[in-house]
Write a protein of this length. Structure first.
Length: 165
């Protein structure tokens, strides 16, 4: 009989925020999301195989600086490009500290409200992430909140240098 290593269950995280109101706010937030600008403004280094989010695009996201930072690679597995909803889903690639999917969405509701949503279903995939326990979960929540803040036009913007693109 072989020894089976227990696999951690996937944990779900969904956070949302009102970004503003009106078509212009929606258009700007959607453009920022679909060009990786939200990720850059959330403080991550971004190296993507395309400047726009498209199915099959691979992205390497860098949190922190060398030598202690973490690089997380993902591939875009789905894109939504509707008149009132824009967004995408990416899945982690081998070597990412987590295993799972993350979905980013900007929507324009019937009353004109623009809402940003980030949802993740993930579990630790690396020894570092497993050892991090609650700290890993807290870090994921903080980065998610930074994504939402960066979606809002005029929101917190942490510019990255040209070498991060």
């Amino acid at each position: 009989m072989r020894n089976l290593v227990p696999v951690a269950p996937f944990r779900e995280l969904t956070r949302g925020a009102v970004l503003g109101s009106g078509r212009a706010v929606f258009d700007e937030a959607a453009e920022r999301l679909m060009t990786w600008q939200v990720h850059r403004d959330a403080g991550l280094g971004v190296r993507a195989t395309s400047p726009r989010v498209l199915p099959g695009v691979e992205v390497a996201l860098r949190l922190g600086s060398r030598p202690v930072g973490i690089t997380a690679r993902c591939v875009v597995v789905g894109v939504v490009a509707e008149a009132t909803e824009q967004g995408f889903t990416y899945r982690t690639l081998p070597g990412h500290p987590e295993e799972g999917d993350e979905h980013f969405r900007v929507s324009l509701e019937a009353d004109g409200t623009v809402r940003g949503t980030v949802s993740a279903m993930s579990r630790p995939a690396s020894l570092l992430a497993r050892a991090g326990g609650p700290v890993t979960t807290l870090l994921q929540r903080r980065v998610t909140d930074r994504y939402l803040a960066a979606m809002a036009p005029g929101g917190r913007r942490r510019r990255r240098s040209a070498r991060d693109t």
